[in-house]
Design a protein around this ligand. Structure first.
Ligand code: HEM
Ligand SMILES: [Cu+2]
Length: 612
C-alpha cells in the first residue's frame, strides 16, 4: 500500500501549497492545517472546562453550605437565586445537566479527542495532513456552531436544559414539564445534532487518514498506541453517535410535531395528553447505545496518550504492545454490548439483566490487562517524573480505583441499591471523568513543545499535578460513602432528611475540596498561556522520544516535513536497547543500523534478512 499512500500524501501537499495564503484568517481562523485545528479544539476545550468547572462550583456551594445566603450570586444568576438566598431547585437540575453535557461532550470528547487526534495523527503516522483538510475545518466549525447554541442556552429566560445529561423523557419530551424542558431543551437537542455531525465528520477523516496516509514502513503493527487508540475511538464514534442522532431527532418530533415515540398515556396537571403507544424505555436504549460507548470515546484516547508517555518516561519498551492493542480492540467491541447496565432498574426482564451483567463484568478483563501492562512498564523503569508522566501515573491510579467500583455497579442486584446514588457519581468521576482529564493534561504537558515550540514551566506543573491529584480523590472518594448511605444524585438539598444529617460535614468537605481543585486549574491556565509567550524555547526532541512527530522542525510548517516524509523501520518503543549508543532509537533508524528492535517478530525478520 505504501507507495500509493505516499502519492496521495504528495498530492495533499501540492494542493495545499497552491491554496495556502498566509492571511490571518486563513492561518488562524479558517485553517485547514491539522495542527492549527488541533490547537483550536484545545483552546475551545480549555474554555469549556472553565465553564463546566465553574457551573459545578455553583451547585457544590448549594450542596455543601445549605444554610449559606447566596444572594451575592444574584448579579450573576439573577432570578435563579430566590429572595431567601437559595438556588432555584429547577435551576440546580439545569446546572447539573449542563455540567455533565459540557464535561462529557465539549471538554473530554471535543477538547481531548479532537485536539490530540487532529494534532497527532498526521505527525505520528508520517502524513502531510488529514485526508480532507476541508472536512477537518468543517468539523471544527460545526463544533463552534454547536458550542454557540449550547452557550446561548445558558442565558435564556427559562434557563438551559434540565433533565440530566441523559435527557430522559418525559422531562425532555414534554416542553411544558418544567422550565428547562422548553426552549433550553430544544437548544440542547439542536446543539447536539451539530455536535454529532462535527464528530462524525472528524472521525471519518481520522479513520481514512490512518488507513490511507501512513508513511512507508508504518505498518499497523508499528503504529504508536496513541494512533491505535484514536483509530478505535473514531470507529466507536462512527458506529454509535448516529444512534443518538436518531434518538434526538425522534425526540424533536415528539416535542414539536405531535408524534409519540417516547411517551405513552400520561397525565399532566390532571389532564390526559394525547400520546399513545410510545415508551420512555425505548429512549433509554437508544441513549445508552451511544451513552456507554461514549465513555470509551472519552477514555480510550487518554489511555493511548498515557501508554506513549509512560513508555517514554520509563525509558522502557511498552510492556505487551500487542496485548495493549488487543485489549483496546476488546474494549471497543464489548463497549457496544453492555449499554443496558445503565437500565437495570428500568423494569427490564431480569434474564436480560443477567446477560448484560455478564457482558459488563467481562470488560474488567481487558481493562485489567491495560492496568497490568502500565504497571509492568513502570516496574524497574528509569522513571523521569515530568508533569506529563505524573499525570499519566495519576490516570492509572484513577482508573484502578474507579474501575473497581464498576464491578459493584455491574452486578444487577447490587446496582438496584446503588443506582442513581452518589456511588455512581463517584464511580464514573474517577474512572472516566478524572482519568480522561488526567490523560488530557498529560497530553498537553507532553506535546506542548511540539504545539507551540516552547516549554511549559515544570514547577508550576508539579504544583498543578499534586493539587489536582489529591484534590480529585478528596472530592470523589467521600462520595462513595454518601452514596452507600443512600444520597440520591441530582437532589438539590438533603436538609429535609434526618437520616442524612450526620453526613452534612462530609458534603461540606467535598465542596471545599472541589473549590480547591477547580481553582488549582487556574495554575495550569496561567502556565499554559504564559509559556506560549514567555516559555523557554523547546529543543528538537525534549523527551528523547522515538516517534515521528519529533523528527519534524521544532515548529512544523504546513505539510509537516519540509523535505521528504521520513520512512519508518521499526516499532515506536525501542527504549534502552542493550548495546545501543543512546537509550532510544527513533522509528526512522533502519534495523540494520543498530542491534535491531525489541519486537520478537522484527528480530526474526532481521535474522532472515528480510528487514532493512
Ligand atoms: C469494570 C468496568 C466497569 C463496570 C463494570 C461499569 C459499570 C457501570 C454501571 C453498571 C453503571 C450504571 C450504574 C447505575 O446506573 O446505577 C455505570 C455507570 C457509569 N459508568 Fe461505568 N463501569 C465500568 C467502567 C467504566 C468506565 C471505564 C467508564 C468510563 C470510561 C465508565 C463510565 C460510567 C459512567 C459515565 C456512568 C454513569 C452513567 C449515569 O449518568 O448514570 N464506567 N458503570
Ligand atoms: Cu455503561
Amino acid at each position: 500500500m505504501s507507495t500509493e499512500a505516499i502519492e496521495i500524501n504528495a498530492d495533499v501537499h501540492a494542493h495545499d501549497e497552491h491554496e495556502h495564503h498566509d492571511s490571518f484568517i486563513s492561518k488562524y481562523i479558517f485553517s485547514t492545517d491539522h495542527k492549527m485545528i488541533g490547537k483550536q479544539f484545545l483552546f475551545a476545550g480549555i474554555f469549556w472546562a472553565l465553564i463546566g468547572g465553574g457551573l459545578s462550583l455553583i451547585f457544590r456551594l448549594q450542596l455543601g453550605f445549605p444554610d449559606m445566603d447566596l444572594s451575592w450570586l444574584k448579579p450573576l444568576l439573577g432570578g435563579w437565586i430566590s429572595d431567601q438566598g437559595k438556588l432555584d431547585p429547577e435551576f440546580y437540575l439545569a446546572l447539573v445537566t449542563m455540567h455533565g453535557t459540557i464535561m462529557v461532550f465539549f471538554v473530554l470528547t471535543a477538547g481531548l479527542s479532537g485536539t490530540f487526534s487532529n494534532f497527532l495523527i498526521p505527525l505520528q503516522i508520517g502524513a502531510r495532513d488529514m485526508a480532507s483538510g476541508f472536512m477537518n475545518m468543517l468539523s471544527f466549525w460545526l463544533f463552534v456552531v454547536s458550542s454557540a447554541l449550547m452557550l446561548f442556552s445558558l442565558f435564556i429566560e427559562t434557563g438551559p436544559a434540565a433533565g440530566g445529561w441523559v435527557i430522559y423523557p418525559p422531562l425532555s419530551a414534554l416542553p411544558q414539564a418544567i422550565k428547562g424542558s422548553g426552549l433550553g431543551m430544544t437548544l440542547w437537542l439542536v446543539a447536539m445534532v451539530f455536535f454529532i455531525a462535527s464528530s462524525l465528520i472528524g472521525s471519518i477523516n481520522y479513520i481514512s487518514t490512518i488507513i490511507n496516509l501512513r508513511t512507508k514502513g508504518m505498518t499497523f503493527t508499528r503504529l504508536p498506541l496513541t494512533i491505535w487508540a484514536f483509530f478505535l475511538t473514531a470507529i466507536i464514534g462512527v458506529l454509535s453517535f448516529p444512534v443518538l442522532f436518531a434518538a434526538a431527532l425522534l425526540l424533536v418530533f415528539d416535542r414539536s410535531f405531535g408524534t409519540s415515540f417516547y411517551l405513552s398515556e400520561i397525565y399532566i396537571g390532571g389532564e390526559a395528553l394525547p400520546n399513545i403507544g410510545g415508551s420512555p424505555v425505548l429512549f433509554q436504549h437508544l441513549f445508552w447505545f451511544l451513552g456507554h460507548p461514549e465513555v470509551y470515546i472519552v477514555l480510550l484516547p487518554a489511555l493511548g496518550i498515557t501508554s506513549e508517555i509512560i513508555a517514554t518516561n520509563s525509558r522502557k519498551p511498552i510492556f505487551g504492545y500487542r496485548a495493549m492493542i488487543g485489549s483496546m480492540l476488546g474494549i471497543t467491541i464489548l463497549s457496544f454490548v453492555v449499554w443496558a447496565h445503565h437500565m437495570f432498574v428500568s423494569g427490564m426482564n431480569p434474564f436480560l439483566g443477567s446477560v448484560f451483567m455478564l457482558l459488563t463484568l467481562i470488560i474488567a478483563v481487558p481493562s485489567a490487562v491495560k492496568v497490568f501492562n502500565y504497571l509492568t512498564t513502570l516496574w524497574k523503569g528509569n522513571l523521569v517524573f515530568t508533569p506529563a508522566m505524573l499525570f499519566s501515573i495519576g490516570l492509572v491510579s484513577m482508573f484502578i480505583s474507579g474501575g473497581l467500583t464498576g464491578i459493584f455497579l455491574g452486578n444487577s442486584a447490587i446496582d438496584v441499591q446503588l443506582h442513581d446514588t452518589y456511588f455512581v457519581v463517584a464511580h464514573f468521576h474517577l474512572v472516566m471523568g478524572s482519568a480522561a482529564f488526567f490523560g488530557m493534561m498529560a497530553g498537553v504537558y507532553h506535546w506542548f513543545p511540539k504545539m507551540f515550540g516552547k516549554m511549559m514551566d515544570n514547577n508550576l506543573g508539579y504544583v498543578h499535578f499534586w493539587l489536582t491529584f489529591v484534590g480529585a480523590y478528596m472530592v470523589f472518594f467521600p462520595m462513595h460513602y454518601i452514596g452507600i448511605a443512600g444520597f440520591p444524585r441530582r437532589y438539590y438539598s438533603f436538609t429535609n432528611f434526618d437520616a442524612f444529617s450526620s453526613f452534612s460535614d462530609l458534603n461540606t468537605f467535598v465542596s471545599v475540596a472541589a473549590i480547591i481543585t477547580v481553582s488549582a486549574q487556574l495554575i495550569f491556565v496561567f502556565n499554559f498561556f504564559y509559556s506560549i509567550y514567555r516559555g523557554r524555547k523547546a529543543p528538537q526532541n525534549p523527551w528523547r522520544s522515538t516517534t515521528l512527530e519529533w523528527t519534524t522542525p521544532i515548529e512544523p510548517g504546513h505539510g509537516n516535513w519540509p523535505g521528504e516524509i521520513p520512512q519508518v523501520y521499526r516499532w515506536p518503543y525501542d527504549y534502552s536497547k542493550p548495546g545501543a549508543d543512546e537509550d532510544f532509537i527513533a522509528q526512522t533508524v533502519p534495523l540494520s543500523e543498530t542491534r535491531s528492535s525489541n519486537l520478537p517478530h522484527e528480530e526474526e525478520a532481521l535474522k532472515e534478512g528480510k528487514a532493512q
